[in-house]
Design a protein around this ligand. Structure first.
Ligand SMILES: [Zn+2]
Length: 285
């Protein structure tokens, strides 16, 4: 990939987890027909070292390994695991995760002082309300530090108890400078997500699973998607969901290339911005 473009890729949305947790995530995807109504064969179900080598082979020079809890009492040790992982793994940016619970401000500020430069908030899997009072100090810390939060708050692939961009906008109203990366570009509400980008200076979109054939059958992009990106090209960043994707990594890159080619105002500068410059800036590289 890097050979083709002449620059390295920087991916803000990759998952590495303790192996027992990852096995549970994979088991969930094995039952995807039951959960999502569609088969989801994990493409990169390999040992950790092979997954890291695969990323390097795609031209990914830096990435944010994201962890997320589905219940209280998990976020702190997941954060500590992922900080250790990043410390021993070339290219991995230190990250953290949060959950609405009493200790969140404490373990998040510890993580920030240990160098965390990106945070994952998974509203769908965590099934929590992002407006929860317990989480408010965490959003405040992140807004103040300018550290990006990759937030899965959209209704895709299936709605959660507290998903919906309208719900998350209430967090943005309280913390208008929060650097929030809407995971999956807010799938399936892409147009509403673009609207949040225009109205809040810190809101970005990640490309995770967006525009790939797997997603287009269920949550298609608007036909004028490429032209809608022209004035927000500095706020779209590469994300992939590697390794938990049911297709090859290059399929995501091809989707982004097709947007770049679809509007002459995008082209190569857009490609470089999305695949390298914007995510590098966000992750403080
Ligand atoms: Zn993800």
């Amino acid at each position: 990939m890097s050979a083709g473009h002449g620059f390295d890729l920087v991916d803000v949305h990759v998952h590495f987890m303790p192996s027992r947790v990852l096995e549970k995530v994979w088991a969930y995807f094995d039952a995807a027909t039951e959960h999502y109504g569609v088969e989801w064969p994990i493409q990169y179900r390999t040992p950790e070292a092979e997954r890291l080598a695969a990323l390097r082979s795609f031209g990914v020079a830096a990435f944010a390994p994201l962890v997320y809890p589905h219940k209280p009492g998990m976020a702190e040790w997941l954060t500590s695991w992922v900080l250790d992982f990043a410390a021993r793994t070339p290219g991995a940016v230190p990250t953290a995760t949060v959950y609405p619970e009493a200790g969140v401000a404490g373990y998040l500020s510890d993580a920030l002082s240990r160098g965390a430069r990106c945070v994952k908030a998974h509203v769908q899997v965590g099934a929590y309300d992002p407006r929860d009072d317990l989480l408010d100090p965490a959003w405040g810390l992140l807004a103040e530090a300018g550290v990006p939060a990759v937030v899965h708050c959209g209704d895709g692939p299936i709605p959660g108890k507290h998903t919906g961009l309208g719900v998350f906008e209430e967090v943005l109203k309280r913390h208008p400078r929060l650097v929030a990366v809407l995971a999956h570009a807010g799938m399936p509400d892409y147009v509403e997500a673009l609207d949040l980008v225009r109205r809040y200076e810190g809101v970005h979109l990640d490309t995770t699973m967006v525009g790939v054939p797997f997603s287009e059958t269920r949550s298609p992009l608007p036909s004028d998607w490429a032209s809608r990106l022209v004035d927000v090209a500095d706020r779209v960043v590469l994300g992939s969901d590697f390794p938990n994707i049911p297709y090859e990594y290059g399929v995501q890159i091809a989707a982004i290339e097709s947007w770049a080619a679809a509007d002459e105002r995008l082209g190569d500068p857009f490609l470089r911005a999305v695949l390298h410059d914007n995510p590098s800036r966000l992750l403080g590289l």
